[in-house]
Write a protein that binds this ligand. Structure first.
Ligand SMILES: Nc1ncnc2c1ncn2[C@@H]1O[C@H](COP(=O)(O)OP(=O)(O)OP(=O)(O)O)[C@@H](O)[C@H]1O
Ligand SMILES: Nc1nc(=O)c2ncn([C@H]3C[C@H](O)[C@@H](CO)O3)c2[nH]1
Length: 224
């Protein structure tokens, strides 16, 4: 079967869609380390001090899930390792990392990625990108309610989030490690609307069929 990876900015709906999609396809979800991540709150409290440590933490946990997910060949991953560099680059550009930290990070990333050459599969079969506007992103961040991500916690986050959206556009356009597709996260409320959820799943299944990753007669396994 297939390894699918979800991408998109903070609060786009990756974890939610990872759950929905893996259930629908009868595969396993692999979630990003967030609630059990001891460095994330420290980063939001003092980004300059913790940007590098957080990046190394994410690289390590992401690498671990990729290794498991690619071995099994039957999974949905919440966020790609390729987005990590986007986050770090952006943080470095706003003065939260030194040149030495950036160089070290890229060397480590490169080294770890070359380890994946030995895996049965190095890249996902499909990247599903959730595209959202700033307003939608903010609404979802508020709805989820992690304290340290709120503008009331740190008003400079408005700039951070807007900048993140600007970095995502060229990142997605350039991404070529696998076939890719976009889901309109502003339009489809795949949490509250059954109809929207089905439409999003249909779009992904149609893409997998077009790529020959799902049989033309494939039907969802709804008992899981
Ligand atoms: N398409 C959607 N329509 C309406 N609400 C949504 C949608 N997608 C996600 N949400 C809600 O938005 C919030 C954020 O979603 P989720 O945690 O899945 O985002 P995420 O992309 O994984 O975020 P992060 O990058 O921070 O891990 C949740 O409260 C979720 O219920
Ligand atoms: N600085 C930084 N670098 C990363 O690689 C990275 N990946 C995710 N995150 C933050 C965004 C959400 O708050 C939260 C959940 O996605 O974690 C990151 N932050």
């Amino acid at each position: 079967m297939t390894v699918i990876v979800l991408s998109g900015p903070i609060g786009a709906g990756k974890s939610s869609l990872t759950g929905i999609l893996s259930k629908y396809l009868g595969t396993n979800p692999f979630y990003e380390s967030v609630d059990d991540n001891p460095v994330l709150p420290l980063f939001y409290e003092n980004p300059k001090k913790y940007a590098f440590l957080l990046q190394v933490y994410f690289l390590n946990t992401r690498f671990q899930s990729i290794k498991s997910a690619l071995t099994d060949d039957n999974n949905v991953l919440d966020r790609s390792i390729y987005e990590d560099a986007l986050f770090f680059q952006m943080n470095a550009d706003i003065g939260r990392a030194t040149k030495e930290e950036v160089d070290t990070y890229y060397e480590l990333l490169h080294n770890m990625m070359s380890e994946l050459d030995r895996m049965p599969k190095k890249n996902p079969d499909l990247l599903v990108h959730i595209d959202v506007s700033y307003d939608t992103m903010l609404k979802r961040i508020q709805k989820r309610g992690r304290n340290y991500e709120q503008l009331s916690y740190d008003p400079t986050l408005e700039d951070y989030y807007k900048r993140l959206l600007r970095y995502y556009k060229p990142w997605y356009e350039k991404y070529d490690y696998s076939p890719k597709m976009t889901i309109d996260g502003d339009k489809f409320d795949f949490m509250a609307s059954e109809e929207d959820r089905q439409e999003v799943l249909n779009q992904i299944v149609a893409k997998l069929k077009e790529m020959g990753k799902l049989d033309e007669n494939w039907k969802p396994n709804l008992v899981k």
